[in-house]
Design a protein around this ligand. Structure first.
Ligand code: NAD
Length: 264
């Protein structure tokens, strides 16, 4: 057990189960002494999230649906009442109607577009504003994105557009909060088999493709995303803000893999 996060308090939003990326980051922070609070979306998930949270010593485990402004106000009012202040926040939340996570992006209806952008992009801005108000000694805000924001990936469609907006919002939020010593970054994770990922068409094929074509020739784990999250949430990254950091076995760097590369 390390001490990198000793004395720091953070809110983790987006744990659904022990395969969630948010859980990988939470576990890494807890192992370094962070004190954590968790939110979950709706009662159905509480029975999974509460035991995980309590296993790392969390006492604040709160419902929060990020499509609901009043619910977010309530969550942050409780955090303020119980803790007074916080040091970091993890936003690992994304959602789009899976009907449109296959086929053509061109066919996305307005309602599906607005919902995807609301939950997957605006919610980070909404929670960042509330969290920043409680960060009296600087802080770190972190969200999760995917390469589909930068390039066309099969079936990612409206989520790719939402993630592009999310990455832009990371830069604007970093500028807004920078003078107060609050940093804002994103991790662009490679594909990982989670609940959210199962909604994407042909996800197994995407996993296989990344494994075969990434420089490291394997996929990444939530523990590896957790390690990068720990860096971005801790003082180790005190000079880093507005950044999108790839944790994807290097896949984003590859134009085309050399099929005849010698096996050294
Ligand atoms: P996950 O299903 O474990 O987590 C997604 C979370 O979003 C769940 O906890 C869910 O409850 C929450 N959520 C959805 N709508 C919500 C709402 N209205 N209010 C509150 N919470 C809501 O899956 P994950 O893969 O760990 O996803 C976490 C983040 O990582 C997402 O932003 C996702 O886009 C991103 N990401 C995932 C991958 C991947 O391959 N799994 C790759 C890159 C980025």
């Amino acid at each position: 057990r390390g001490t990198l996060m000793q004395g720091k308090r953070g809110l983790i939003m987006g744990v659904a189960n022990d395969r969630s990326i948010a859980w990988g980051i939470a576990a890494a922070c807890a192992a370094q002494g962070a004190e954590l609070a968790f939110t979950f979306q709706g009662e159905a998930l509480e029975k999974r999230v509460r035991p995980l949270a309590e296993g790392v010593g969390a006492t604040l485990v709160l419902p929060c649906d990020v499509s609901d402004d009043a619910a977010m106000d309530e969550t942050f009012a409780i955090i303020e009442r119980e803790w007074g202040r916080i040091d970091f926040l993890v936003h690992a939340i994304g959602w789009a109607d899976k009907t449109y996570l296959r086929g053509r992006y061109a066919d996305t209806p307005r309602e599906a577009f607005l919902q995807a952008l609301d939950i997957s992009c605006y919610s980070f801005t909404a929670v960042s504003r509330r969290a920043a108000a409680l960060m009296d000694r600087g802080g770190s805000l972190l969200t999760l994105t995917y390469l589909g924001a930068e390039r066309v990936m099969p079936h990612y469609n409206v989520m790719g557009v939402a993630k592009a907006a999310l990455e832009a919002s990371v830069r604007y939020l970093a500028a807004d909060f920078g003078t107060r010593g609050i940093r804002v970054n994103a991790i662009s994770a490679g594909p990982i088999k989670t609940l959210a990922a199962s909604g994407i068409g042909d996800f197994r094929y995407i996993l296989k493709w990344n494994q075969l074509n990434a420089p490291l020739e394997r996929n990444v784990s939530i523990e590896e995303v957790g390690g990068a999250g720990l860096y971005l949430l801790s003082d180790l990254s005190s000079g880093v803000t507005g950044e999108v950091h790839h944790v994807d076995s290097g896949y984003h760097t590859v134009g085309m893999k050399n099929p005849k590369a010698p096996d050294i």
